[in-house]
Ligand binder design. Structure first.
Ligand code: ATP
Length: 232
């Protein structure tokens, strides 16, 4: 059974219809990329799944539970963590305080030693204020903060956005490691090749419709699809 099963999701901003019957599924342990041009509806899909935006219709099953239209805190409690594009870490708190705050009220949080093993750079900077971190470090902290809560599934919205290539490499290695340990991940990325490098399967969204689903190998063999929908 899929860990996440999205069926015929329709989401709006006011009167503007943005997602049209979006369906996708994610198996436990899978890394699924959600691709598409600017404005295709990727962020809207993640926010709809996470309960940050209430869909007009459709179904979202997380494990055994229907979570469509449920509030974000309830979806989070069912084991889903969204790492938003803006990262939203607390600048006035240290790295460690950010992590402890995320672990607060979680009965079975990941020990910080395990988190620091995954992100040695965060251990080095654990007493530094959030606002003093580089973009790459902030992104690591945002992902680490989600992992502290031992989620069943994490949704990453453009984790590599705006980062220098060497930082992207580093962060990608961390994501690959997290995936290798069995973490289920949905990743939205403009950087198609980065996303395909560590995902098992990909969906392409265009104007709010799912227009393609396949493995990275399938996609690499279809340059016309990459060109038509992703402009690469
Ligand atoms: P990007 O990479 O630019 O974030 P995306 O694929 O994530 O693209 P969305 O952000 O989901 O796309 O946007 C889908 C559509 O919804 C776009 O047409 C966008 O203009 C519109 N949209 C997004 N956020 C809002 C909002 N808060 N109010 C109204 N329309 C919005």
């Amino acid at each position: 059974m899929s860990l996440l099963q999205v069926d015929k999701l329709n989401s709006y901003y006011g009167d503007s219809h943005v997602l049209f019957d979006v369906s996708m599924n994610v198996e436990r342990g899978e890394v699924v990329a959600l691709l598409g041009r600017n404005g295709a509806g990727k962020t809207t899909t993640l926010e709809s799944i996470a309960g940050a935006l209430k869909p007009r219709s459709g179904s979202i099953r997380l494990g055994d539970h229907e979570v469509c239209g449920r509030p974000a805190f309830e979806v989070a409690r069912r084991g889903l963590q969204l790492v938003p594009e803006e990262r939203r870490i607390f600048g006035a708190l240290t790295v460690e305080e950010n992590l402890k705050l995320a672990a607060f009220s979680v009965t079975d949080a990941e020990p910080l030693s395990k988190i620091y093993e995954m992100f040695p750079r965060l251990e080095e900077r654990r007493r530094s204020g959030g606002k003093t971190l580089s973009g790459g470090e902030q992104q690591m902290l945002a992902i680490a903060r989600a992992l502290v809560r031992k989620p069943e599934i994490i949704l990453l919205d453009e984790p590599f956005e705006g980062l220098a290539p060497v930082i992207v490499q580093n962060l990608m290695a961390v994501c690959e490691r997290i995936a290798a340990e069995g973490q289920t991940i949905v990743v939205v990325e403009q950087n198609v090749y980065a996303a395909l490098k560590f995902s098992h399967r990909a969906y392409i969204l265009n104007n709010g419709h799912v227009v393609y689903e396949g493995t990275p190998d399938d996609l690499r063999d279809k340059p016309e699809i990459l060109h038509q929908y992703l402009g690469v």
